[in-house]
Design a protein around this ligand. Structure first.
Ligand code: OSB
Ligand code: MG
Length: 354
């Protein structure tokens, strides 16, 4: 079954967060994103969401820069093409350097369109299994808010909570929080904030009872991650370091981590992500799906990814209402009893509401 990409449209989205999201990297109070709509000759639509931020604090891409690349570089490569398979999109984009988030947004829209043409939910189309996806939330902010926010998250039904850490964090205090909630899986995310520091700075967090520690060191600090992995009992998980299958292979070869965070925006889309899933399966590397303060289109793609049987760890899947007063999809994404049910409608299974 071939699909003609007859038209491509973009929509700007900009919404305030319910609460500022404060980490060592950035204080995020408002989120901008670009929604990509690809249309086939019959006017059927596939949706993607570009997850670049307004400024380059997390990755090098930005909302304005990625829009330029999508408009002037990627659209001419994709528009009018007759595709036999959704992986054709990534192939058409392969001569363009970098710009993974721009590529991912357009490529993901193509996958949604193919699943819709087949009349299948996207999760089934990519080989996922039907079961609710467990929800996970991130709790950021200062220590006085932390205890309160963790309590609120547990009351909302979350069974996996990610805490942001930095060298300034009181590890003993986190140890108490973790110990007080034996039924909850706690992850720690350092966002590279231990960059350049000695292993001793990280070791107190090894005693806190975390299920994993995410990205203690910088993107390119492979040796420091290797040393942490060799000397700590808590599994080391890489997020920012992973831009491609090659990076996952490097992590495995250098024994620089045990677990990878899959973010399709950071990886350039479904095709590269599915290659990584296959490699990790063969290499017995665990995976989970990460979020980036996303709207519902991106989250719906992420939910389909998390439904793959190879993905065993709980990802960043919060309720639409966690970050947003109102999401850009209908229905919104809801966490019930710590889980999210996958949509059974074709494609991502949600309507665009902007
Ligand atoms: O490091 O996982 C991260 C948000 C923006 C950029 C990077 C990260 C994050 C988060 C939020 O931790 C996770 C979420 O959206 O639920
Ligand atoms: Mg992270």
């Amino acid at each position: 079954m071939a699909v003609r990409i007859a038209d491509i449209k973009f929509h700007k989205v900009k919404k305030p967060l319910n609460q500022p999201f404060v980490t060592v990297l950035q204080k995020v109070e408002e989120r901008e994103a670009t929604v990509v709509v690809v249309q086939d000759a019959e006017g059927q639509e596939g949706y993607g969401e570009c997850v670049a931020f307004s400024t380059p604090w997390y990755t090098a891409e930005t909302v304005v820069g990625s829009r330029f690349v999508m408009d002037t570089v990627l659209t001419p490569l994709l528009k009018g093409q007759l595709l036999d398979h959704p992986t054709d999109a990534a192939r058409l984009f392969s001569k363009v350097k970098g710009n993974q988030m721009a590529k991912a947004a357009m490529e993901m829209a193509v996958w949604d369109l193919f699943a819709k043409q087949k009349g299948m939910p996207l999760y089934e189309y990519v080989g996922g299994v039907q079961s609710p996806v467990p929800a996970g939330v991130v709790v950021a902010g200062s220590s006085d808010q932390l205890v309160r926010n963790v309590k609120a998250a547990i009351e909302s039904g979350y069974r996996r909570i990610k805490l942001k850490i930095s060298p300034a964090t009181d590890a003993a205090m986190l140890k108490k929080i973790v110990a007080a909630h034996a039924e909850i899986s706690f992850y720690a995310d350092a966002n590279g904030s231990f960059s350049g520091l000695a292993l001793e700075e990280l070791l107190p967090f090894d005693e806190a009872g975390f299920a994993l520690i995410e990205q203690p060191y910088g993107e390119q600090e492979w040796a420091a991650h290797r040393i942490a992995r060799a000397n700590m009992k808590t599994p080391i998980c890489l997020d920012e370091s992973i831009h491609s299958l090659e990076d996952v292979q490097r992590m495995a070869n250098q024994q620089a981590g045990d677990i990878v965070v899959l973010k399709m925006g950071r990886l350039g889309g479904w095709a590269e992500t599915l290659k990584i899933v296959e490699f990790c399966k063969q290499s017995q590397i665990e995976m989970w799906v990460g979020g980036m303060i996303e709207f519902g289109i991106s989250k719906a793609h992420n939910l389909a990814l998390a439904s793959l049987p190879e993905i065993k760890l709980t990802g960043d899947f919060s309720d639409s209402g966690h970050f947003w007063q109102s999401d850009i999809i209908s229905p919104e994404i809801h966490v019930e009893h710590g889980e999210i049910n996958l949509s059974e409608y074709p494609g991502i299974g949600y309507k665009l509401k902007i």
